[in-house]
Design a binder for this molecule. Sequence first.
Ligand SMILES: Nc1ncnc2c1ncn2[C@@H]1O[C@H](COP(=O)(O)OP(=O)(O)OP(=O)(O)O)[C@@H](O)[C@H]1O
Ligand code: NI
Length: 317
Amino acid sequence: MALLEVKGVSVSFRRARGWFAHEESKVIQDLDLTVNEGEIVAVVGASGSGKSVLAQAIMGILPANARMEGQISYADEPLTRERQLRLRGDELVYIPQSVSYLDPLMKVGKQVHPVNRKSDQRRLSSRSQMEKAEQELAGRYQLPQGTSRKYPYELSGGMARRVLMATATSGEPKLIIADEPTPGIHPEVLAETMRQFRKLADQGTGILWITHDIASALTAANRIVVFYAGSCVETAQAVDFTDNGNGLRHPYTRALWDALPQNGFQPIPGSQPLADQRMEKGCPFAPRCQAATHACIDKHPEIRKVRGGEVRCIHAT
Ligand SMILES: Nc1ncnc2c1ncn2[C@@H]1O[C@H](COP(=O)(O)OP(=O)(O)OP(=O)(O)O)[C@@H](O)[C@H]1O
Ligand code: NI
């Protein structure tokens, strides 16, 4: 069953221009994405492609100058503001990209096991709550003894990130939106995080996992969604990323694959257009694409189903 369904979502930011005028830049354009029960969906793409903005749209925490169009549903019903508020931190868990989301004034252990999360946990005494958090942080996330009694400012960036991971995986989440949970994390802890994610997914949790790191995404994800300039250019199965990438559908996905060290590190020239430099029409990848033709410059390509995946390229077969 689809846990999360994003349909035709666009997000624009308004910015003042001069004294009286303002301009809008569209950072996500007409995005479709699904996360099913028990599935890990990785979202990969260059910096600025709109990954974190998508996470904020799902969680209902877009900044005030943002405007969203389209539909987001959770468990087959629209994810309204009221439902976002009710489910957040309970069924719907967010691991933010920035560790500054930890409450600076609350001891780490209390944040890992918030007392108000579930009714049975409400009965946990403050002491057993801290003991449980301590076990989890020291055991599962290999943090030094005593971490649960520390405040966030006493932790390094990598330690804080592990605490954030622990806050997400300690309850019984149904949907986790994890934004780049890996930088600054020790490889062993990354592997443990992946095991935790896989275990939760095997119990039915859906996970949307935003990352720069395709190689680690492939160790645990079922599907990979590739973002370019605010739209999804391809949805592929993890198995499509093998050998010379012939199973992949979009030239940008192939370029990402070829740029990995194990595939010879062959980056493509050029860079992704910024939100306010994007062309009104045509494929945003066309200026960097060796296979581009006149038709690619004329029209924004529709998303199409190709070989068990999805692609936004008129030439894909
Ligand atoms: N509050 C905001 N106001 C205006 N523009 C914003 C705001 N937040 C994000 N943007 C713009 O939206 C675009 C997408 O940003 P986003 O943070 O989603 O990128 P990302 O894919 O998560 O990048 P990264 O991999 O670096 O985290 C960027 O061009 C960014 O400048
Ligand atoms: Ni981001």
